[in-house]
Structure formats: structure tokens, C-alpha cells
Design a protein. Structure first.
Length: 76
């Protein structure tokens, strides 16, 4: 079950407190402590090809789009 699916179900059972608490306890995805899913691009939310050097926290595609605005130069 994905996070968005869980949020939809929570909206549906909000009026039933016992079911709501039980659903939260057993079905919500856990927060990630390590691995690929912990680092996300600030701009678009992608998890792959992540650049965190210099505190950028961007994926490579977003970095290419805004590199000149950040002051990076392309050589050769």
C-alpha cells in the first residue's frame, strides 16, 4: 500500500475512531531511516540520481535546468 492509498482510506474511516486508530497502527507506511527513499529532490521529489554535495539536494535533471542560475559553469 502506498502513502497516497493510505491517506484515501484514512479520509473514509475518519468518523470511526476505533477503526481509524487500528488502521494507522497496522497499515501506514513507516518513515524511512536509510536507503534510497530518504533522499528526495527539493524541487520535484525524485529519489534517483541525487546530488547532495554543497547542500544542493537536487536530482540531476533539476540541477541541469537551474545550474546556470546557481552560478555553475559548463566547461567544454
Amino acid at each position: 500500500m502506498t502513502t497516497s492509498d493510505a491517506k484515501k482510506v484514512l479520509k473514509q474511516i475518519k468518523t470511526k475512531p476505533a477503526k481509524y486508530i487500528k488502521f494507522q497502527k497496522h497499515n501506514l507506511p513507516n518513515k524511512r531511516k536509510f536507503g534510497k527513499a530518504t533522499k528526495k529532490c527539493r524541487r520535484c521529489g525524485r529519489t534517483g540520481a541525487h546530488i547532495s554535495k554543497y547542500g544542493l539536494v537536487l536530482c540531476r535533471q533539476c540541477f541541469r535546468e537551474i545550474a546556470l542560475n546557481l552560478g555553475f559553469k559548463k566547461y567544454s
